[in-house]
Design a protein around this ligand. Structure first.
Ligand code: FAD
Length: 472
């Protein structure tokens, strides 16, 4: 190539590249107008939903409030409760589109987890900070137990520990190193070898595990009942079957419900998790990912003996598309996770081929516990995880007047953390942010996720990569 034609080629390439980038940026910017999001709220049909409290009536008038919480999951209920506990004079209202616990809080994998794990949370370099975050979450599980005891509802909270098992020997070395690093930093995390893991779980499928004595499990539907009772007893007005369809970011903020009622309020809490983008906020922060769970009927003594899950410790595995299992107080086994799905434009209708996912869960259960091969699930369900790109959560305030509060990006790890964030949000609303300035999740936003069609393409690419990695 002559130097003239090389220059021409480079110039043409640069112009084409810049043009393509500008086109992509324009498509990304106008995408939310081309693809408006619908306001579908899928129903919670999970096993846990049978224990959800009865549904309150919808909002039937206009309203004014100091604080209006949108969303009746653990984040919303706990924020409303702590706001009212801190300042009983505050008028606090909570608006829930369906019923409290209809979202992830009422249909999850029931694992109570501390924040320790580098796979879910970015391991910070600061040892003292790591320890502080761990203690905050471990302590919150004890607080949940106390709250349940105070309300007189047994939420089956069991803090006997939790395991993360190693699917292959490659992961063993990094698990060992993680445990050593954690212990040097003062965390009580232990590495358990193959034999000890098998003794605890009754299966020899795993090469080892990490034991966290502060983890545990619970009954999600009953914890919703605990929060709802405590929140209403504290004086919060909860309206269910009341979707908010519009937020006008003015002073005061004006909210519009689907039934046409208006709420004027000083502060709003977006406790809307994976649904937040429907209200036009934080679309960039998370993407809704379908995750699947199945639960058996109660097992009899003979089945339990043959499985040998003596420790009853809940566990999750070391794959990127993680499987997680638990044994309930009435001896049902539930298994969730495995391959997940994303529907174009943050879609919320359960994917048509969900049956394939439930079948994969059944097969995995039989692989882990051969005596249960072929066992049918009594109930199976899907739920939406608010996945952030860096799998790191965020809590803070946004809006023109800095009075729209948010907490999201739990990425499948929010049962414990959501009510920690509820406490933080209550403090932020009362102007006490200085208490939390040490926390790296405060006033951050997760890494940027582009709009459609790049979002869909990006998720498909990521899932293909995860599946390749997990299949090794
Ligand atoms: C299948 C599955 C398994 C999981 N397993 C675990 C686990 O084992 N351990 C763990 O730690 N975490 C797990 N998670 C994650 C955990 O459940 C969530 O991080 C946590 O429950 C989030 O709570 P939340 O209150 O923020 O959101 P949600 O519980 O999703 O609550 C949001 C609520 O907002 C309402 N809402 C949304 N938009 C509006 C609107 N416009 N108007 C009114 N109301 C609205 C929704 O109806 C919903 O009830 C799992 C999640 C899923 C889906």
């Amino acid at each position: 190539m002559t130097s003239y034609s090389r220059r021409k080629f480079l110039r043409t390439s640069a112009v084409t590249g810049a043009g393509a980038a500008a086109l992509a940026a324009s498509v990304n910017a106008i995408s939310p107008y081309i693809y408006p999001e619908s306001f579908d709220f899928e129903q919670n049909h999970s096993h846990w939903s049978k224990a959800l409290p009865s549904i309150n009536r919808a909002l039937q008038t206009d309203l004014s409030a100091d604080v209006t919480v949108i969303g009746g999951g653990f984040t919303g209920l706990s924020t409303a409760l702590f706001c009212k506990q801190q300042n009983p004079a505050l008028r606090v209202a909570l608006l829930e589109a369906q019923r409290c616990g209809n979202g992830a809080s009422g249909r999850n994998g029931a694992m109570l987890l501390t924040l320790t794990d580098e796979r879910y949370m970015e391991w910070q370099d600061d040892v003292a900070l790591n320890r502080r975050i761990y203690d905050l979450t471990a302590d919150n599980i004890r607080r949940l137990q106390k709250l349940a005891a105070d309300t007189g509802i047994d939420a089956e909270i069991d803090q006997r520990g939790a395991l993360q098992v190693c699917n292959d020997s490659d992961y063993v070395e990094s698990a060992r190193q993680f445990a050593e690093r954690a212990r040097n930093s003062g965390f009580p995390i232990e590495y358990w070898d193959k034999n000890k893991t098998a003794e605890a779980l009754g299966t020899r499928l795993y090469e080892g595990s990490l034991f966290d004595p502060n983890g545990g499990q619970l009954h999600p539907g009953k914890l919703i009942a605990v929060f709802k009772r405590a929140t209403e007893s504290a004086g919060v007005d909860i309206y269910e079957q009341t979707p908010v369809i519009h937020i006008e970011d003015a002073l005061p903020i004006r909210l519009l419900t689907r039934d046409g009622h208006e709420i004027r309020t000083t502060s709003v809490v977006l406790a809307t998790n994976a649904y937040t983008s429907k209200l036009g906020y934080l679309r960039r922060a998370v993407t809704p990912i379908f995750d699947y769970v199945g639960i058996t009927a109660p097992l009899d003594k003979d089945q339990l003996d043959r499985i040998g899950w003596r420790s009853r410790l809940p566990f999750n595995d070391s794959r990127t598309e993680v499987f997680y299992l638990g044994l309930t107080a009435d001896n049902r086994i539930h298994i969730g996770g495995g391959p997940v799905d994303y529907l174009f434009n943050n879609g919320l209708r359960e994917p048509l081929d969900a049956a394939r996912r439930y079948q994969a869960l059944q097969l995995e259960l039989g692989r882990i516990f051969p005596p249960l091969s072929g066992i049918r699930f009594e109930t199976q369900w899907s739920g939406i995880v608010d996945m952030s790109l860096d799998q790191t959560p965020a809590v803070g305030v946004t809006g023109k007047n800095k009075n729209l509060y948010y907490a999201l990006g739990f990425s499948g790890h929010g049962v414990t953390l959501s009510s920690v964030f509820g406490r933080i949000l209550a403090d932020l609303i009362q102007g006490k942010s200085s208490a939390w300035e040490w926390l790296p999740y405060l006033n951050r936003l997760p890494a940027y996720i582009p709009n459609e069609p790049f979002r869909w393409l990006g998720v498909q690419l990521a899932l293909s990569y995860y599946r390749l990695r997990d299949s090794k």
